[in-house]
Design a protein around this ligand. Sequence first.
Ligand code: PAF
Length: 279
Amino acid sequence: MKVIPSIQELRDQMWGQNRVAFVPTMGNLHEGHLSLIRLARQYGDPVVTSIFVNRLQFGPTEDFHKYPRTLNKDIEKLQKENVYVLFAPKEKELYPEPQEYRITPPKDLGGILEGEFRPNFFDGVCTIVMKLFSCVQPRVAVFGKKDYQQLMILRAMVHQFALPIDIVAAETVRANDGLALSSRNHFLSETERAEAPRLYEHLQKIRVAILNGNSDFIGLELNAKAELIAHGWKPDYITIRLRNNLHPPANTKTTWAGGLVVLAAAKLGNVRLIDNLEI
Ligand code: PAF
C-alpha cells in the first residue's frame, strides 16, 4: 500500500485508473471502516482510502482537537486489507488557504436532525467529500448507513452535480451488545460503555412496536426519550422519519410506502452517539 500525502502524487499514482472504489474516513479505523473497504472491493478496483480529520465539519465547541488520530495503527489495518493507496494529506494540503467555496445542502435535508444540532456539519462534510472526490476521482464511493443522513445528503449531492460516481451504502457494524461501532466509543467510560447499547435497544423497540401496528409515533418517540433521560442520557432527538426524505411521516400508512427509519442522537456523559434503524 502506498501512503500518499500530496494531491499531485495521488493524481500521478492514479493516472489511467477508471474503476477506483473509494472509502473516505477520518481515521481511527475499526471493523465498521474495514467492512466499508471489503464492500468497496466488490464494486471497483483498486480500493483507495483517505484519512483526513476535517476541521470544517466540527463546530467550535466540538471535539476536533480530541478526535483520535492513530495513523500508524490505521496503516497496519489497511495493509492487511490490501488497500492500494491511502491518501493521508496534512491539513495544509487540502486547505492551503481558507476554504471559501463551500457546498451547502438544501435546508430541508441538511438543516434537520444532525443539521439542526450541528449547524455547519453537512457543509463541512459535503465540501470535503467533493474535494476528496476531485482528488481521487473514484467510480464508486462507499459510506456507512450509521451516518444515515450524511449518506442521503452525499447521494443527493452526487446526483445534483451529475458526478460520475456510484454511492454504495454499507450496513452498520455493531458490537455483540448492539452498540454501533464508532470512533467516539473510545471516549466512553466503563459504566457509560455498559449503558450505551440502550440507544439501539430503543430503536429496536420502536421498530417492533411499529411492525406490530402501533402508529402513535409521537408517543413512541416521547417514551424512548423519557427512558433515555431516566438513565442519564441527554437526547437531541429520537424520531421516526420517512426513509426517502427524512421528513416526519403523515399519519396514514400509504405515505410510508418508501419505508421508515428511526434515527437518534443522544449524549452519554460527554460523548454524543448517533444511531438509526430502518423499519
Ligand atoms: O463519515 C466520516 O467519517 C466523515 O464525515 C467523512 C465522510 C470522511 C468526511 O470527512
